[in-house]
Structure formats: C-alpha cells, structure tokens
Design a protein around this ligand. Structure first.
Ligand SMILES: C[S@@+](CC[C@H](N)C(=O)[O-])C[C@H]1O[C@@H](n2cnc3c(N)ncnc32)[C@H](O)[C@@H]1O
Length: 229
C-alpha cells in the first residue's frame, strides 16, 4: 500500500470510535437524508447483490436494509476498526477487508455498488474507478456519494467558514484528532473539478455519468452506469 493511503487508513482507524457521533453532529443529520436519496437514485432492489465500498461503520448498509430489504449486502473497507464497528451494528450482511485499489472480488460480481464519503480518500482515483467498474456486472450501477463545493457567492463563503474553521475545531476536540478534521475540508477542496471527474469515470469504462447535486451543492450523488455489452 502506498504511503498516503497507509496514512489515511491509520487516520480512520484512530477516529473510528468517534466517527458516528461526529458524523451526525457535524452534518446536522443531513447525511441521513443524503444516504436515502443516493439509495433511491442508484435503484437498489430486493434480490440484488450490492457492495458498499468504504462502508465504514455500515450506515449505508443499514439504510439499504431498512429501505429495501432482501438485498445481499457486502461491506468493504480497508480500516479494520471501522469495519469492526460496522459489524457490531449490523450483522445481516458480510464484511470484507478491502482496498479500493485492488478489490478482492471476482469481475462482474455486483448488481449495484455504493461508495459514500469514501471516494475522495482513494488516493489513485483512476485505478479505484477501474476496479469498481471491473467488479460491477454488465448493466450495473455505481453511486458515488461525496461532498462537493457549493455554488453561490454568499452560501459558498459561509460554508467555507464552517467547513474549514468550525468543523475542524469541534471535530478535533471530540475525536482528539484535529488533523483528521483538517484533512476533511482539504480533501473536498482538492477533489477533481467536475469535467476532470467526468472524464475519469468515462475513461475507467463507465458508459454514462450523471451528477445529482443536493443541499445547495454541498453533496452530490453521482450515478455511473456500466454498459450491458
Ligand atoms: C468518511 S468515511 C465514510 C464511511 C461510510 N461510507 C459512511 O458513509 O459513513 C470513509 C471511509 O473510507 C474508507 N477508505 C478510505 N480509503 C479507502 C480505500 N482506498 N479502500 C477502502 N476503504 C477506504 C475509510 O477507512 C473510511 O471508513
């Protein structure tokens, strides 16, 4: 594993015990609404086999199970501590220690795939996307739920103030790891711009990509489809 990726894994191992609390607190529970919308957009149905990559503490898997039911759910993450908390919360799925750069699954395995608030942490994004494309079945869909940069002069400034100053301050105090909560806005502002992102997804082999901005563009549920052929 590459150095930067190892650091990110260590960071999530370190903050795992406070992750859920801070998630709810710092997003004012909006993350729950974003997850629901993402699940609806990617079109998960009973009987499907779904991989939730970078599953963390399994919130997305729990939401899928509550909303749809009868889904064969697999959670993959490279942080053992996050996975362990996920397993403690949700026993109706299976969990696999998985690095997005080299997924331990056969090609054409999954009907649907989600990655929520995980993709920006994947250090080699083109490789990660190629792996996601490989393990999806033909006609399968991937939803990348990720923070984005809001538009609008006043809102984007207010948001930047909250995201780069207030959030790291509170996150640092509660988790005891200020660096992790400085890294969060940093990774969002360094995320590839829309056109580069679109190109990256198409070059990984996906046939289509659709952006679905939410809450003034703070978050986006990007749907990527693998062709049937
Ligand atoms: C911000 S958390 C999101 C967790 C969960 N998906 C959620 O929505 O709450 C990011 C997760 O991505 C995982 N992650 C980061 N890079 C990864 C990689 N290269 N492969 C697998 N998991 C990764 C981290 O371990 C962490 O659990």
């Amino acid at each position: 594993m590459e150095h930067k990726s190892r650091e990110i894994k260590q960071m999530f191992d370190d903050i795992a015990h406070r992750y859920d609390l801070l998630n709810r607190l710092l997003s004012f529970r909006t993350d729950v609404r974003w997850r629901k919308k993402a699940i609806k957009l990617v079109g998960i149905q009973s009987g499907q086999t779904v991989l939730d990559l970078a599953c963390g503490t399994a919130d997305m898997m729990i939401e899928m199970d509550n909303r749809v039911g009868g889904v064969n759910l697999i959670g993959g993450d490279f942080s053992y501590n996050m996975l362990k908390l996920g397993y403690d919360k949700f026993q109706d799925g299976s969990f696999s220690v998985s690095d997005a750069h080299m997924l331990p699954f056969k090609s054409n395995s999954f009907d649907r795939m989600t990655i929520s608030f995980g993709f920006r942490n994947v250090t080699d994004k083109p490789t990660g996307l190629k792996e996601m494309h490989r393990v999806l079945k033909p006609g399968g869909k991937l939803c990348i739920l990720e923070f984005s940069q809001p538009e609008g002069f006043i809102f984007s400034r207010l948001y930047r103030l909250y995201f780069t100053k207030i959030l790291p301050f509170i996150g640092g105090i509660i988790s005891g790891n200020r660096e992790a909560y400085d890294y969060l806005p940093d990774s969002v502002y360094k995320f590839p711009k829309k056109e580069v992102y679109r190109q990256m997804v198409l070059e990984a082999g996906f046939e289509t990509i659709d952006f679905n901005p939410m809450t003034f563009g703070i978050c986006d549920a990007t749907i990527c489809c693998k062709s049937n052929g």
